[in-house]
Design a protein around this ligand. Structure first.
Ligand code: CMC
Length: 427
């Protein structure tokens, strides 16, 4: 073995190949560890565990680099449309004009959602959290598209992919409109994907739709920035559920649930709630900084820190600038933005945050833009889900095409050893 790692335990040596990624990342391939030695590795939270080889997204947390299929996030956010990026992530290359047109036409042809799905939506109270509703509706799609559940050939996969890319924005807009008491809409197929989504969300029955380039541009950018982030919690969920061949829609529904948590995508809602709480409490950012540093206080500075980035999250940099631009263009003076900037400044100079390499992440400023676009706070994570959809699909497709085995980690059992049953009257 040319590149190998040796593990020594109790005088015995075990050798393992070392594989190298295209960006020189090294990994010890321990597939034969248990067979060779009877041992397993343990790594709660998978902080040092690679679950797969992937050709989709590269990120370097130390240098603050993020690339989709080799293209820098900065360039894509500036120059590409969300649908182009979706195509790139899922199929590996930027589409030609004709390929993109075909992809869009195929999506348009599948954008109807069965009318009966409205009955499911009606079953939810208006107070239901939109992430729960969206996860349920995504799962319900299985019942209405049974042919596209257990897909295996590339052609069948394409059918499932086009269907979900088409129907998901409809479900997102329905989730929002139901909460707002607005009539449900199917959108306007003559429009480009992102603009169609915006119209579906915001069009009032008694008003003509007014196109706003600033809003479309900002939404496009936000969706691109959220489109993939390699093996994060929700993506790993999608891959692991998909690895049982449960199907794309079921895998996505599980991914949405994983994204919901405040340590993951739910952080964008938590950030805005935190900023609002600080504002209502008189704007004393120092008080909240102290709370974040106090180990006896469960409060964390939401939108700060990242499992992988130990440097500025490149998405946060772009979103911070976009927040300034959008608020300017829409003529909004939001005091919450100033609180966010104040917190960021203090954190960047505070030894607690500096020593732990805690920087603003993608969720820190995104909510300020969503708010400026008129999206309610509890819908923020749903917006993240819409952006992340192509990434989840791309990762699911890659996993299926690579014929990856079912995900099934092991454990180190630390419970009771064998003992005898005691009947209830003797306990
Ligand atoms: N505020 C205060 N302290 C923090 C924070 C924070 N936001 N984040 C991490 N720390 C501290 C943590 O207490 C620990 O300190 P110590 O070493 O003294 O015990 C140290 O920094 C390392 O933190 P960790 O929890 O071990 O790191 P992790 O990689 O397990 O967690 C994280 C990463 C993102 C869950 C965490 O930083 C966090 O909870 N941040 C706030 C929530 C958030 O913004 N999440 C969005 C993440 S980015 C988008 C996404 O994933 O969807």
């Amino acid at each position: 073995m040319k590149n190998k790692a040796t593990l020594e335990y109790q005088g015995k040596k075990y050798e393992f190949p070392v594989i190298e990624g295209s960006e020189n990342e090294l990994a010890i391939d321990i597939k034969t560890l248990r067979a060779q030695s009877g041992m397993i590795t343990i790594d709660p939270g998978y902080k040092n565990t690679g679950s797969c080889e992937s050709g989709i997204t590269f990120l370097d947390g130390e240098k603050g680099i993020l690339r989709y299929r080799g293209y820098s996030i900065e360039e894509l956010a500036e120059k590409a449309s969300f649908l182009e990026v979706a195509y790139l992530l899922i199929f590996g290359e930027l589409p030609t004009k004709r390929e993109l047109e075909k992809f869009h036409t195929d999506i348009v042809n599948e954008s109807m959602v069965d009318e009966d799905m409205k009955k499911i939506l009606d079953g939810f109270p208006k107070s239901a959290h939109p992430m729960g509703v969206l996860s349920s509706l995504t799962s319900a799609l299985i019942a209405y598209n049974p042919k596209f559940v257990n897909v295996s050939s590339e052609e069948e996969m394409y059918g499932a992919i086009v269907r979900i890319v088409a129907k998901f924005p409809v479900l997102v807009s329905w989730t929002y409109r139901k909460q707002k008491g607005l009539p449900l809409d199917y959108g306007d197929d003559s429009l480009e994907y992102v603009e169609n989504f915006i119209k579906m969300m915001f069009k009032k029955p008694n008003h003509d739709y007014q196109r706003n380039d600033t809003v479309i541009k900002a939404m496009n950018k936000l969706l691109i920035l959220h489109a993939d982030h390699e093996q994060n919690c929700s993506t790993s969920t999608v891959r692991i559920v998909g690895s049982s061949h449960a199907g794309l829609f079921a895998s996505l529904s599980a991914g949405i649930s994983a994204l919901w948590g405040p340590l993951h995508g739910g952080a964008n809602q938590a950030v805005l709630e935190m900023l609002q709480a600080i504002q209502e409490d008189g704007g004393d950012t120092k008080k909240y900084m102290a709370k974040a540093k106090d180990k006896n206080d469960p409060f964390r500075l939401m939108g700060f820190g990242h499992r992988v980035y130990k440097n500025f999250d490149p998405r946060a940099r772009i979103i911070k600038k976009a927040a300034d631009d959008v608020l300017d263009a829409l003529g909004i003076d939001d005091p919450i933005l100033n609180i966010a900037k104040g917190l960021e400044q203090e954190a960047l100079e505070d030894p607690y945050f500096v020593d732990r390499k805690l920087y603003p992440n993608v969720d820190f400023y995104s909510g300020i833009i969503y708010r400026a676009l008129g999206i309610p706070t509890e819908m923020f994570t749903v917006m993240f889900a819409l952006g992340r959809l192509p990434g989840w699909i791309a990762q699911w497709r890659e996993m299926r095409l690579n014929n990856e085995p079912i995900g099934r980690p092991r454990q180190v059992y630390v419970g009771a050893t064998t003992r005898e049953f005691v009947s209830i009257q003797d306990r």
